[in-house]
Design a protein around this ligand. Sequence first.
Ligand SMILES: Nc1nc2c(c(=O)[nH]1)N[C@H]1C(S)=C(S)[C@@H](COP(=O)(O)OP(=O)(O)OC[C@H]3O[C@@H](n4cnc5c(=O)[nH]c(N)nc54)[C@H](O)[C@@H]3O)O[C@H]1N2
Ligand SMILES: Nc1nc2c(c(=O)[nH]1)N[C@H]1C(S)=C(S)[C@@H](COP(=O)(O)OP(=O)(O)OC[C@H]3O[C@@H](n4cnc5c(=O)[nH]c(N)nc54)[C@H](O)[C@@H]3O)O[C@H]1N2
Ligand code: SF4
Ligand SMILES: [Mo]
Length: 898
Amino acid sequence: MDTKLHSATGIQTTCPYCGVGCGVAARPDGVTGDQDHPANQGRLCVKGSALHETLVPAGRLLTPRVAGEDRSWPDALEAVSGAIREAVARHGPGSVAVYLSGQLLTEDYYVANKLAKGFIGTPHVDTNSRLCMSSAVAAHKRAFGEDCVPGCYEDFELADLLVLAGSNAAWAHPVLYQRMKAAGRTGRRVVVIDPRRTATAELADLHLKLKPGTDTILFNGLLVWLARHRAVDHDYVARHCQGYDASLEAALEAAPSVSSVAQQCDLPVGDVESFYRWFAETPRTVTGFSQGINQALAGTDKCNAIINCHLATGRVGLPGAGPFSLTGQPNAMGGREVGGLANTLAAHMDYDSPGARRNVARFWGADAVPESPGLKAVDLFEAVHRGDIKVLWIMGTNPAVSLPRSARVREALARCPTVIVSDCMAETDTTAFADILLPAAGWGEKNGTVTNSERCISRQRSFLPLPGEVRPDWWILSAVGRALGHGQAFDYQTPAEIFREHAALSGLAAREAYGQRKFDIGALGELTEADYDRLAPVQWPLAVDAAGNLSGTRRLYSDGAFSTANGRACLVPVATIAPGQAPTQSHPLVVNTGRIRDQWHTMTRTALAPRLLAHRQEPFIEVHPSDAERLKLREGELGRLTGPDAGVYVGRIRITPDQRPGEVFVPIHWNDRFASQGIATNLMKPVTDPFSGQPEGKHGVARLQPAPSRWHARLMRRPGHDWQPDQARPDGYWSRQPLGHSQSWWLAGYQPVDWAREVEAWLGGAPQVLMGDPACGRFRAARILDGQLQAVLLVDTAAADLPDLAWLDECFGAERLSREQRQCLLAARSVETEDAGALVCSCFQVGEKQIESAIRSGQDSVEALGEALKCGTNCGSCVPELRSLLTETLPQRAQVAS
Ligand SMILES: Nc1nc2c(c(=O)[nH]1)N[C@H]1C(S)=C(S)[C@@H](COP(=O)(O)OP(=O)(O)OC[C@H]3O[C@@H](n4cnc5c(=O)[nH]c(N)nc54)[C@H](O)[C@@H]3O)O[C@H]1N2
Ligand SMILES: Nc1nc2c(c(=O)[nH]1)N[C@H]1C(S)=C(S)[C@@H](COP(=O)(O)OP(=O)(O)OC[C@H]3O[C@@H](n4cnc5c(=O)[nH]c(N)nc54)[C@H](O)[C@@H]3O)O[C@H]1N2
Ligand code: SF4
Ligand SMILES: [Mo]
């Protein structure tokens, strides 16, 4: 499909994935980067450029459902409002809880917050941003007095020293990473701080492969170094900061010397010193940080330890200088603006901000605003488990997969009397627990605004009709508000009306805070519908000049005047806190978790585009060669991780020196829809940061063993079956991969199987052709109707002996199987096809083996590979991998040549 549409021919909207917030010119049949959007200036990453491929009807939730039956909207609204009314009447407003998402639009979020806090009267409104940004939010408030990211994306380009801590931006914020890379110049340095060697480390002049959880020690050590080497800007500290002496004292205690830091962080002394020296001597330094920092027991402290060093050097809000929290979700920032976190009230106001409750209640015309903050996500689900919450409304998030200790979260959901889930998809691990399902509009259908990592508000515009009975979230929430008797407060007809109200409230809040509060978009409080439709991307806070022109603000706090009561920023003393769980004899490995390049979270959308599942096809476990050897693990075989709460994760072993010994990495994406035992959070205990409540998502412990398999199989069926392999055989391993013409499952098991007897259950009917060779453990069967392939099962003793997937999928694409295809399908040997290997370049579908063979035949640079195979020439996300293939394969070529 041609994805190169001219931007003028598409609707200008915003990508619904990561917090970079790229502008997209979209049509139902193709997307391209919006040249005019300040975040991406025309670029898109592979997920963004595959957006139109996810706009398919498969799996959509199209009608409201109550107790498993399709119902009309009036019935569903009655069921929702009835459950809420009854819970409030019998158990009080605190028995109702709402769990939101940074993937909702600001308008949806605003109405949800207003309905729950203002009119139902429950404080228990929290969001998946708790798992994502809440440590950064808490740290911003401690340091600056308000949750503000001071800088802008351009700073990553202007910086002479770029520090990336706990961020795999090459995969998680790809377009911003491309901007950083493109801005590289002589003398610019990059330091990556991550226990793994990631694709991002490719850009690094120095990769600090530190022991997980020791970031506070590293940054405390930096503060000490700055103090000892006259690199502190004492004038700035005296005029604009407080808490410097106490912070330095705490730092000295935690990190008295470079050698102590090196030893505690398990780093070479010379590397620590280089980092410190570079930081000290480079005024234009940006520190970007993400989940390796936030998702920790000491997450808030990690963020503050970073911010402390920027405050001590006066490097905040200046061109090319500042701490920069990289936002995860497309509208995590918008949710924070609205006040969607349980400890905030509305519009950057906390419950204890002076006059906040009264002002918000008056503004909303609400009399039920709660007195004090509600429960944060992990505690909220514990309250559900205890039975304190009678109605739980989940919107735009999949907590059965994403919260720690997934098994207990599922128990809580199963126990809760009424679970309401608003989602675009019918079948997720969370919708499985819903008593009431509400069909929500998805990307392309919904209309509103999002705010990205650099505080830039952009429009998401619809370009598709609403399918079936699907409605936007704001519409559903407003309808429930009206059904609960609050007609006037929820009389919204358009998202623009909601946006105006939100903007006006921010203006009121900022006025009440006597100019200290930065979040102020009050200037947009009077936008007409047409202005809202045309709204161009703009960074808050906003100002209007005498001529009525609107302007945004690129950097905050450049003048040293902060949002605190006395205008001073706070350095926060940070002590050393070890991760919540330490490895033990029974669970000796540290489990790190994170993202892969081509999947988004729980895969509800990215798995709809087959090419996005080609880069990593199955759940996997990355393990260091020394651990693999000790544990007798082989590359490509299955391994089983077992956590302390008996949580299990099974995935393919990938042996790589990128890991540190004693630590494994697993992706967060797989879940019960896509694999038998692929949920990373099953291994995580709900350890939370005491300030932010953010769970320690990056530090579990487990034991690892081979998961022995006597047989391996690939099963493929035509799509359209509501079927999972554990219906046929519950004890084995499986993982599912939707393809262009078929669904494919990898299967493996230990128990012997009488294939000839069971084959019908697997194929969904009797096979037409069968081939079995029990002596060598091979079995092949296919079901063919009118010459067309319906299902095929191929069993072997080793995974590597099964035929190439792309070739098999083509067989499903054929209207009639050719004779040759039939023969090959059942051949005892693997089919002789050109196997491209694991997909590296998703844009042009170029595989690892193709690239390796091109390198062997003379392509010796990324550019040369691009010319030969086109790989890496569109979005560029795979360039780090191309480089490492070059590094690995070129010496082999040289050896052969000599
Ligand atoms: N492709 C893709 N992109 C995404 C997403 C996605 O699902 N898929 N999700 C989006 C969202 S919501 C978010 S929040 C962002 C997350 O973006 P990132 O935070 O960049 O991504 P992660 O892979 O979760 O984690 C980053 C790194 O933290 C490292 N880490 C683990 N422990 C430590 C530690 O103790 N110290 C340090 N310094 N590092 C550590 C991990 O090894 C990992 O490489 O990505 C966004 N972008
Ligand atoms: N161990 C560990 N755990 C983690 C993480 C980690 O790194 N390690 N990362 C954490 C982070 S940073 C995050 S952000 C979370 C993400 O975790 P989740 O938020 O649970 O994951 P998603 O798959 O994004 O879930 C979004 C759901 O909303 C639906 N949806 C999409 N658009 C809309 C819409 O417009 N309206 C409605 N109503 N529904 C919609 C989707 O179909 C999907 O079911 O996971 C967290 N959990
Ligand atoms: S970088 Fe993020 S916002 Fe931009 S296209 Fe990729 S996923 Fe979308
Ligand atoms: Mo996130």
